[in-house]
Design a protein around this ligand. Sequence first.
Ligand code: DC
Length: 232
Amino acid sequence: MTDTPIPVVSIDGPGASGKGTLARALAERLDWYCLDSGLAYRGLAWVLAHEHEGRIDEETVRRGLDNLRFEDVTKRWHLFLGSRDLTAELGGEDLGELASRVAARPEVRARLLPLQRACLRLPGLVAEGRDMGTVVFPEARLKVFLVASPEIRAERRWRQLSASGVRVNLDALTEAIRTRDRRDCGRETAPLRPAEGAFVLDSTERTVGELVTEVLDRLGGMGLPGGKNERT
Ligand code: DC
């Protein structure tokens, strides 16, 4: 029996660097699956906030993780708690902050690893987060590390939140983003950093279309399915 390697493109980077937008656009172009791994950490944060008054300890974390899983919804992995699709409820800044705190716990990362690995499906997977290329999918054929200035990222997040009716102060948001960066980069387990061989893309002054084209060109250069060489 031959093992068909499932191609993975990993996109890692700090919050609001544009990973989600790039990953979705790329997965659509390639007709691959798309995983936003932050949903798992946010899902756990949601359970802790709603069922355990935000308490983070061994017991609440263990119980919180028990019923979480990813399910395929038209090739996008959604996060389910039992039979309830939580995905649309996981966007807020408070949950992001709590998620970043639980994400620093090694036992949380260990339990979420198989959930994420289970998202590996043919014809391929675009996976975005903080440790996709370093820990979860080290075999990824193409590894992207997406960056943007904290000011631009805060502005993007501010626009996203405003569009969904959430009012926040831009300076406070910039500071919250810096704090989260420090925690995500400074933790001992799976800190945010570029994977070996990753190429760094700066999204500060580029459109999603330009970023997608650059990634597709690189894929094509590697002869991967869906890359430039296979486009008409
Ligand atoms: O990308 P996001 O804002 O949805 O992620 C929320 C938090 O989850 C982030 O601050 C750190 C954590 N996270 C992680 O540690 N590893 C991942 N692969 C994805 C997210």
